[in-house]
Design a protein around this ligand. Sequence first.
Ligand code: SAH
Ligand code: SF4
Ligand code: F3S
Length: 444
Amino acid sequence: MEKVYIETYGCQMNFADSDVIAAILTKDDYAICEGAEEADFILINTCAIRDNAEQRVRHRVRELRALQNRRHQLRVGVLGCMAERLQSRLMAEEDNVSFVCGPDAYRKLPELMKEVRRGVSQSAPVSAVELSETETYADIEPVRLSGNGISAFISIMRGCQNYCAYCVVPYTRGRERSRDPETIVREARTLFEQGYREVTLLGQNVNSYSWGEQDNTVGFPDLMDRVASIDPRLRVRFATSHPKDLSDRLLEVMAAHENICRCIHLPVQSGSNRMLKLMNRKYTVEWYLDRVEAIRHYLPDCSITTDVIAGFSTETEEDHQATLELFRKVRYDYAYMFMYSLREGTYAWKHLADDIPEEVKKRRLNEIIALQGEIALENNRREVGREYEVLVEGVSHRSKEQLFGRNSQNKVIVFDKGDAVPGSYRRVRVKDCTQATLLGELTQ
Ligand code: SAH
Ligand code: SF4
Ligand code: F3S
């Protein structure tokens, strides 16, 4: 039996996909192995969201040449968003890549790999990159590759058709489609029965999840209600929520279930209405702040996190100041902060100049990072003295004598282990903090 090593880059959805890939391969004639050294095939599941994500993958692919020189049977395949974006161009540019396979074609992987082995396609590149309007891998029970046995991702939909001007995802992942809710609930229940205590439902815009016909549609709030009802001991999280579609109904469902975690990732991208319009985000700063207020109203203890892009096309100092101002208003608990990266094929690539100099982008990004750092620290200082229920996840990397877990707000809390064990819920009081972590102690 040939051995396959899977390496994953990019977002949580890619990690969930790698688990589906492992399931498809192990059902066929392949075994998954733990290290690249022993592999007959190395599959790299890639991300195309920014240029630096792609450069990292290219670097890794080139590095694998040395291993291939030692193991002549070793073949390298590139999967995921970068494979979809570049298709056979990638094999022309990186000559040690034997095949590419896009996100909707993973069922074809065993066939592709056999073709590579037979060496039949010396002339035609071996690839499967068709996008699908229906594929959701709903029937496949993922093999959890990188899991801790406590927390798992469940993919509830695929694709995106929001076409934000800067974003490559609609081109790499295809049309938006939702997965049968029965299969989602079943997967979550099975995980719970196996001892998992947290699931995160994944989609590019979970608020537009929709299954079924007119009178009988299951929307995202309904789905959340069903998953949260499996067991109060199963925590439920979700990502990502597009601000344009965040409904009061979802917030009501969250408020009704204590096990739906008090944390909403609400990517804002910019604090300037002119930028939001140019980005095709379909909301204004006023709308966004109204949604933040609704969250605070229904879920007063909810944390809010975001994504932001510095230096999008034509961004002025004034636009940038508006972003800083918005950060001061919302006071995010965490933010993923990026410099704008022009992506081939997007609306921005066709119609908008990438006209903000690199050093200006960098400086603006650094200003956002510095401000967010101060805010996160101030937010965390307010947590000192409070007590939380923590789902214990594992041993802290600071010390073997300490464990870490998260509270409902998704904040990491580190504490002396006492008699606590991973996978259990424990009450922890916050004693101290850094910008990124709360330090606490068991209270019982
Ligand atoms: N579907 C999610 C985002 C997925 S991509 C949403 O709409 O919120 C994750 C983040 O990467 C985005 O929120 C955005 O902040 C960032 N991003 C996407 N394309 C980018 C680009 N071309 N340059 C820089 N950052 C980008
Ligand atoms: Fe990209 Fe926008 Fe879709 Fe998010 S909603 S994946 S940013 S196009
Ligand atoms: Fe990257 Fe594709 Fe996810 S581009 S962010 S791996 S959907």
